[in-house]
Design a protein around this ligand. Structure first.
Ligand code: S3P
Length: 434
C-alpha cells in the first residue's frame, strides 16, 4: 500500500449546497452570486436545466486569493414566477437532486413541463415526488412503474400542505418546501428521521424540534424571498473518500481544508472514530450558516468492523455507505448493515453493487432486502479484477480506493462517472501519493 500525504484545498464544493444555491437563486428576486460552485456533472445539470427553464445563469472561473481557480455563478431572477415553459424535455442526466427538486418548482408554474434523465435516473423512484405535489394540486404523470419521465402540469393555485415525510429524504423535503414557497399560506413538513438540513438553513425556515425527536419545518409562502450571496464549502461526502485513502494508506497523513461539518452530513466521522480511526477536526468556524473546518486523517493499523443499523445513523451516512463498507472490509475483513433499503434506490442498487464487487475481490458476503454483511475475505486475487460501476459515482470511487488496498489490479468499468460529484478525484489521489 502506498503512502499518501499532503494538504488538500481542492476538494469539490459541496454538491447538495451547490444545487440548492442555484435553485434558491432562481427563486429569489434579484442577483444571486455563488462563490465556489461545484463543477461536478450533477450540479452542472442543475444549471443547464435552470437555463432551459428561462433563468439567466452565468458561470465564470476566478482566481481565489490562495491561487486556486474557483467557479463563480451569477443567477438573475425576478423571483418565484420567472420560469418560462421549456421548449423540450429538461435533461437532468444522472442527477436525482436536479429532477426531484426542480419538480417542486415546476409544479407551481402555470405550464406543462417534462423532466428526463440518463438510464440510471430513469429507473429511480419518483412516486415520492408525485404524492405531495398532487396533494398540493399539481398534475404529475409518471411511467407505469412510478419512474421518470416526470410530466408536470403546473398550477399557480397550489394549496398549502401538511406533509409527513414517508421516507427520510432531503430531496423530497426540499421539493415540498420549494413548491410551498409559491403558495398563499402556511405549509408544514413533518420529519420523523432527520435528513440533511441545508434547504432549511439556506432559506432561513422556521423549525421546531419536538421532544419526541420529530422535526417540524414551517414554510410561509407569503414571505418575500430576496436574493443573497452563497459561498459553498468543500463536500464532506467527497472528503470521505480521501479519509478512507488516508486510513488505509501506510504512514499517511492528509489534511482536508474547509470541509462542511454540518452535523446532518458528518455522522460517518463519528462512526469511524468509534471504530478506532485516527481522525481529528480542527479550525472549526461558521461560514454562511454552516459549520466548516479542517479534517486531519492518519493511517490506522487496526479498525474495528463497522456495524450500522440504527435508522437515524443510516439516514446520516446514506451517501457514505459505499466507502464505509469497502473501507471496513479491507481494514477489518468485516462489515454489517441493516435498515438501509433506501440504498437500493440510489444511482444504482448500492447493496447489490457493493456485494457483487466485494465478492469479485474474494469477500464472503450475504445480502438482505435492507442491507448486507461481509464475513471475511476467503481469497486474495492476484489476477486483474473487473469492477462494475453501474453508472454510480460513489461505487466507482469506493472501488478506486479499494484498488489501492487490494493488492491486485482493479479495472473499473467506468472511471469518468466519478465526475458526477468529484471531477478531480483521480488526479488528487496521484497528487497525494508519495
Ligand atoms: C441529497 C439527498 C439524499 C442524498 C443525495 C443528495 C440532497 O438523497 O442521497 O446524494 O442533496 O438532498 P435522498 O433525498 O433521496 O435521501
Amino acid at each position: 500500500m502506498s503512502v499518501f500525504q499532503g494538504e488538500v484545498s481542492t476538494l469539490p464544493p459541496d454538491k447538495s449546497i451547490s444545487h440548492r444555491a442555484a435553485l434558491i437563486g432562481a427563486l429569489a428576486d434579484g442577483t444571486t452570486e455563488i462563490t465556489n460552485f461545484s463543477g461536478g456533472y450533477d450540479n452542472q445539470s442543475t444549471l443547464s436545466v435552470l437555463q432551459d427553464a428561462g433563468i439567466s445563469v452565468r458561470q465564470e472561473s476566478l482566481a481565489a486569493g490562495d491561487g486556486r481557480i474557483v467557479r463563480h455563478v451569477v443567477i438573475e431572477s425576478g423571483g418565484l414566477w420567472s420560469f418560462r415553459q421549456p421548449l423540450a424535455p429538461l435533461m437532468c442526466n444522472n442527477s436525482g437532486s436536479t429532477m426531484r427538486m426542480m419538480a417542486g418548482i415546476l409544479a407551481a408554474q402555470p405550464f406543462r413541463s417534462e423532466l428526463i434523465g440518463d438510464a440510471s435516473l430513469m429507473k429511480r423512484p419518483m412516486k415520492r415526488v408525485a404524492d405531495p405535489l398532487r396533494q398540493m394540486g399539481a398534475g404529475i404523470a409518471l411511467s407505469d412503474s412510478g419512474t421518470a419521465p416526470v410530466v408536470i402540469t403546473g398550477s399557480r393555485e397550489l394549496k398549502p400542505i401538511e406533509y409527513h415525510l414517508p421516507v427520510p429524504s432531503a430531496q423530497v423535503k426540499s421539493l415540498v418546501a420549494f413548491a410551498a414557497l409559491h403558495v398563499d399560506g402556511l405549509s408544514k413538513i413533518i420529519e420523523p428521521v432527520r435528513s440533511r438540513d441545508h434547504t432549511e438553513l439556506m432559506l432561513g425556515l422556521e423549525t421546531i424540534d419536538r421532544p419526541d425527536g420529530v422535526r417540524e419545518i414551517i414554510i410561509d409562502g407569503r414571505r418575500p424571498l430576496a436574493a443573497r450571496p452563497f459561498s459553498v464549502p468543500a463536500d464532506p461526502s467527497a472528503a470521505c473518500f480521501m479519509i478512507a485513502l488516508g486510513l488505509l494508506g501506510e504512514r499517511s497523513e492528509i489534511v482536508l481544508r474547509d470541509v462542511c461539518l454540518n452535523p446532518t452530513r458528518v455522522a460517518y466521522i463519528e462512526v469511524l472514530q468509534e471504530a478506532g480511526a485516527g481522525l481529528g477536526i480542527e479550525n472549526v468556524r461558521s461560514e454562511g450558516g454552516e459549520p466548516v473546518g479542517d479534517i486531519v486523517v492518519r493511517s490506522c493499523s487496526s479498525l474495528r468492523p463497522l456495524r450500522i443499523s440504527d435508522h437515524g445513523i443510516v439516514a446520516g451516512v446514506i451517501d457514505e455507505v459505499p466507502m464505509l463498507a469497502v473501507l471496513s472490509a479491507f481494514a477489518s475483513g468485516e462489515f454489517e448493515l441493516h435498515n438501509a433499503a433506501e440504498l437500493r434506490t440510489k444511482e444504482s442498487d448500492r447493496i447489490d453493487a457493493l456485494v457483487v464487487n466485494l465478492e469479485r475481490l474474494g469477500f464472503d458476503c450475504e445480502q438482505y432486502p435492507d442491507g448486507f454483511v461481509v464475513k471475511g475475505r476467503t481469497k486474495s486475487n492476484t489476477e486483474e479484477v473487473e469492477i462494475e460501476c453501474y453508472d454510480d459515482h460513489r461505487i466507482a470511487m469506493s472501488f478506486a480506493i479499494a484498488a489501492e488496498a487490494a493488492g491486485a489490479l482493479l479495472r473499473l468499468s467506468d472511471r469518468q462517472v466519478a465526475g458526477v460529484s468529484f471531477p478531480n478525484f483521480f488526479t488528487l489521489i496521484d497528487t497525494l501519493r508519495q
